[in-house]
Design a protein around this ligand. Structure first.
Ligand SMILES: *Cc1c(COP(=O)(O)O)cnc(C)c1O
Length: 388
């Protein structure tokens, strides 16, 4: 088969403008490249934006999740409850501690973790819950916070998709004990690679900062500045998880346009919803009331009752029409690593059901109306061509 479209519309493309470029050049010219004044400025701006007491910049959201679990003191053989419908990071960080990721199914008809099943998964070894605010809107946090409180569990939010997102008027980033954000290239704002934790707990923030630079005593990064001293003390085993000033410079510029980018994604999502509403071939995302949506992902589901082709083939057909997509996610329990831990296919029927039809459409702030029209036209074309 031939590829019909000449210009390929990618699943995601970062919105990088002159301010990001100039900010990086400025850092390069300054002579100070790694963690320094730009990182501190980025953290302060981020904490203010979220409305959290503390923010610590890190090299990725995976690093953030790892250090969040270190801060709350996960120990060997303890259990952490998290959704099977998530990316590798959410669970692998639990394995770093020789602890057990306890996977839980989606709530019926949704991509979000089911609070009832969280409660059923709790044992005497359970230490924490990691909710994933899938696609960009918050989980049922009233229920999850209530469960955590009743059972004395910590909550570490995986908010890789949820910047910015309000849950009943409160920012994601202020709800959990520690919240982890991602600035990976495809996320709602980016530093290329990068992450951030927010917390109201000063001890957690200080410990995460210390662990992010080899477990070295406070403000280790200052040791090469005029204020610093060559003396340092390694307090405990740490990691190399710091963000650079070059990345932070991009982050400061991106954060300044975070609301504008979010408004654009909201407009594009509304465009998709309006134009695809009458297509029976695809189920559209449903957003619960009382939540704002970061719209990191716009996930439709191929509806086999109205299509004679499956999801994989729909993705191929979109590709032939020059449209990039993705699938979020192959549930963790379907992967070799987790089957080795005793999970098996079919174990989480709602996640399987969602996975079977899921297609993430292109949705990014730099996307034009014309580009979204191409996606809409292609889906209409596929729906009529392959009507069951
Ligand atoms: C992207 C993503 C991560 C990992 O983020 P990095 O910054 O790449 O480490 C974690 N969890 C979820 C749900 C993600 O989508």
């Amino acid at each position: 088969m031939t590829v019909l479209a000449t210009n390929f519309l990618p699943f995601s493309r970062a919105l990088i403008e002159e301010d990001e470029i100039n900010a990086v050049v400025e850092v390069l010219r300054s002579g100070w490249l790694t963690t320094g004044p730009r990182v501190r400025e980025f953290e302060a701006a981020f904490a203010k934006y979220i409305g959290s007491e503390h923010a610590v910049a890190l090299s990725s959201c995976t690093a953030a999740l790892n250090l969040a679990l270190a801060a709350i003191g996960i120990g060997e053989a303890e259990e952490v409850i998290l959704p099977t419908m998530t990316f590798a990071s959410t669970a692998e960080v639990v394995l770093y501690f020789k602890a057990r990721p306890v996977l839980v199914d989606c709530a019926p008809g949704t991509f979000h973790i089911d609070p009832q099943q969280i409660e059923r998964a709790i044992t005497s070894r359970t230490k924490a819950i990691i909710p994933v605010h899938y696609a960009g809107h918050a989980c049922d946090m009233d229920a999850i916070l209530d469960i955590a409180q009743r059972h004395g569990l910590k909550i570490v939010d995986d908010a890789a998709h949820a910047l910015p997102a309000l849950h009943r008027g409160k920012m994601v980033g202020t709800l959990a004990d520690i919240t982890c954000f991602s600035f990976y290239a495809t996320k709602t704002m980016t530093t290329g690679e990068g992450g951030m934790i927010t917390t109201a707990n000063q001890e957690y923030a200080e410990r995460i900062r210390m662990l992010s630079l080899h477990g070295i005593s406070k403000d280790a990064w200052k040791r090469y500045t005029a204020e610093g001293s060559w003396r340092y003390d390694i307090l405990e085993m740490g990691y190399k998880y710091n963000l650079t000033d070059m990345q932070a410079a991009i982050g400061i510029a991106q954060l300044a346009k975070c609301d504008r980018m979010c408004a654009r994604r909201n407009a594009l999502a509304a465009r998709y919803s309006a134009a695809l509403r009458e297509l029976e071939a695809f189920k559209l995302p449903v957003v619960p009331e009382g939540l704002s949506h970061a719209w990191h992902l716009y996930v439709i589901e191929a509806n086999s009752a109205y299509l004679c082709i499956d999801r994989d083939r729909v993705i191929e057909e979109l590709k032939l029409r020059g449209i990039g997509t993705s699938v979020h996610f192959i549930p963790l329990h379907r992967h070799t690593l987790y089957q080795g831990l005793g999970y098996r296919r079919g174990q989480f029927p709602y996640a399987e059901e969602r996975f079977q039809g899921a297609i993430s459409l292109p949705l990014f702030a730099a996307m034009s109306d014309e580009e979204s029209d191409r996606v809409i036209e292609a889906l209409h074309d596929i729906a009529s061509k392959f009507k069951r």
